[in-house]
Design a protein around this ligand. Structure first.
Ligand code: EPZ
Length: 432
């Protein structure tokens, strides 16, 4: 395994190119299965989760080729309906295969995704949507078996205890585009990644209206063609670098970021004294207005609310703000694995239910810390950049799932960070 060694204290300055969106690309890989024709996906981020999804498609019988660092060609002429347990169990996003397999083959067998450290990851809304579309679903020995031979359009409602479901909406859309008749999806997720999936499907011949709203209407068609689709930029990656600029009191330009995907994040940053100036349609300059960061007040909500995927990174930033910050999780109430690790670096954080109360102006000092999940990894690295001294972030395989060339992009901005083998960890730190 590898670790990140970080020497904190330098300000980040310069331009960072934002990669394609992980959470758009993964369902789009699955969506290529809806056609028997070849598809090409461009601006795909170079991530382990992407390579994993490509491997699963290959296991299903698709011919998958990586044409260059960010372009993939998928030829799903001959595919089977059952996804391999060994691969699927390791990546929750593989649940996105349900919709296209049921849509195209009218059947699917997918292992139930496991939970993960950020909280329970149920799929009851996915199942409810497919059942409403006429599928028969059986859960046996941890496998979700779907018989969709009678698939027909219907009225769906995708609201759950914590709002809508992003991948649940993707699955409902991908099953409905080839289901005869009209499907309406109320309380649909409307994240930019959902809109981008709809754009891709429309380019394949799907009939979808209401894109970008909480109500979609889908008229089923008989078949879909292949596509040549460019994945939208990753709004979570972009915002992570914005926080990196603010926490190190530097000035960073996010090249390729779409400000319209970052509404609530930009609002919270600006209220806290972080300037996010729109240089061009897809270029945002980030810097602290007068060197001072005011306290943050954040409640995570489904889009267009503040993204849960930015809560951990914002918690790291709050450690450097003035006064008390309060960060509340309404999507994943237990998504706080980063808190004890930040406290090892000197953060002063109290937990109150699904809220973290962060006392600002903490003096962060470098320490060995353990990443627990993708966004917590980023939070610990951001804290290490702002801490005094040396930090060692372990288990960075979590990071590689969702950040493309993270250390290289940080180095280009002036950060002192390197990826080293775990055996370089100072013996006094070694956990084994
Ligand atoms: C997507 O996960 C993202 N992953 C997550 O990003 C993101 O945190 C999440 O949406 C919320 O924005 C991908 O797109 C691959 P949900 P998803 O279904 O679709 C509850 C990252 O860091 N729920 O929208 O799995 C659920 O428990 C990852 O990039 C049900 O109750 O999330 C949660 O509280 C982490 N029943 C809420 O809804 C269901 O059937 C949102 O979950 C499904 C979900």
């Amino acid at each position: 395994m590898e670790v990140f060694r970080i020497c904190g204290g330098t300000s980040l300055n310069g331009v960072v190119n934002i990669s394609g969106s992980k959470n758009a690309a993964l369902p789009q890989f699955a969506a290529t299965l809806l056609s028997s024709e070849q598809s090409v996906l461009r601006n795909v981020p170079n991530l382990s989760d992407v390579r994993f999804m490509a491997e699963i498609l290959s296991e299903l019988g698709a011919e998958v080729r990586q044409l260059d660092n960010s372009t993939w060609e998928i030829n799903p002429a001959n595919i089977t309906h059952n996804a391999p347990y060994e691969l699927v169990r390791k990546m929750r996003a593989s649940i996105c295969l349900l919709g296209p397999l049921v849509g195209r083959l009218k059947k699917a067998e997918i292992p139930m995704p496991g939970g993960c450290v950020i909280g329970q990851r149920p799929i009851d809304l996915h199942i409810k949507a497919l059942s409403r579309l006429g599928a028969n679903i059986e859960l046996k020995k941890g496998i979700v078996k779907v018989d969709g031979k009678n698939l027909r359009g219907n009225k769906l409602f995708l609201g759950g205890r914590h709002g809508s479901t992003v991948t649940g909406t993707s699955n409902a859309i991908m099953a409905a585009v080839l289901a005869p008749g009209l499907t309406t999806i109320d309380s649909s997720a409307c994240e930019p990644e959902i809109s981008d999936l709809c754009s891709m499907l429309i380019s394949m011949g799907a009939k979808i209206s209401g894109v970008g709203s909480h109500r979609l209407e889908i008229e089923g068609v008989n078949k879909l063609s292949g596509c040549n689709h460019r994945v939208i930029p990753d709004r979570i990656e972009a915002a992570t670098y914005a926080i990196a600029a603010a926490i190190t009191q530097g000035e960073v330009t996010l090249n390729g970021a779409k400000s319209e995907h970052l509404g609530s994040f930009i609002n919270v940053m600006q209220e806290s004294g972080v300037s996010m100036d729109l240089e061009h349609t897809d270029q945002i300059k980030v810097y602290l207005k007068n060197g001072e960061l005011n306290s943050l007040e954040i409640i995570t909500l489904p889009y267009p609310g503040f993204p849960t995927d930015l809560q951990a990174q914002s918690c790291a930033l709050a450690c450097k703000a003035n006064g008390l910050s309060i960060l509340t999780e309404r999507v994943y109430p237990s998504r706080f694995m980063h808190v004890p690790e930040l406290m090892r670096m000197g953060a002063d954080i109290a937990m109150e239910g699904a809220s973290s109360v962060v006392k600002g102006k903490s003096k962060l000092t470098g320490a060995p810390v353990m990443a627990s999940d993708l966004r917590a990894s980023a939070a610990l690295i951001l804290a290490g950049l702002a801490a005094e001294g040396e930090s060692w972030v372990q288990r960075i395989y979590h990071l590689d799932r969702g950040y493309d060339a993270f250390e290289k992009k940080l180095q280009a901005l002036g950060a002192i960070v390197e990826r080293v083998p775990e055996n370089k960890l100072p013996k006094s730190f070694s956990t084994n």
